[in-house]
Design a binder for this molecule. Sequence first.
Ligand code: SF4
Length: 137
Amino acid sequence: MNIKCVVIIQCDIVQRRCSGFACTNAFYNKEGAFKDYDAAVRYISFTCGGCSGKGIAAKLEHLSKKLNKKTDITKDEVVVHLSSCMVHDNYHSNRCPHADYIKSIIIKKGYKNVVEGSYISANAARKRKEGIYDCYE
Ligand code: SF4
């Protein structure tokens, strides 16, 4: 698969108190869920738009238009990551109750490469292993 663009979708509620630094840092350091991307892969991050994630459809439409007009990147060359704060039980909250719905919208919009997870916190991973946090893997 020739991936040219990574999209990270953050929880809109979490984003009110999280800068997204850990996800961005993990992307540039090629850690966690980003370990297989090469240096030329571009990166964009935005939120789900708020509960219940319905706003993601319009954001993806906007992205599709821009990719089409301004780049040669196709939807098949994009990977959409649902951030760890959305899909795992973690410091911020438990898994988003709308995660599967959001995923279905992304796929319906033509982005078939969807990955659950972004930055992997060692502390949260340990807590999931120990049963302190719920585990969805
Ligand atoms: S839909 Fe899920 S990811 Fe989006 S704001 Fe609500 S809880 Fe967060």
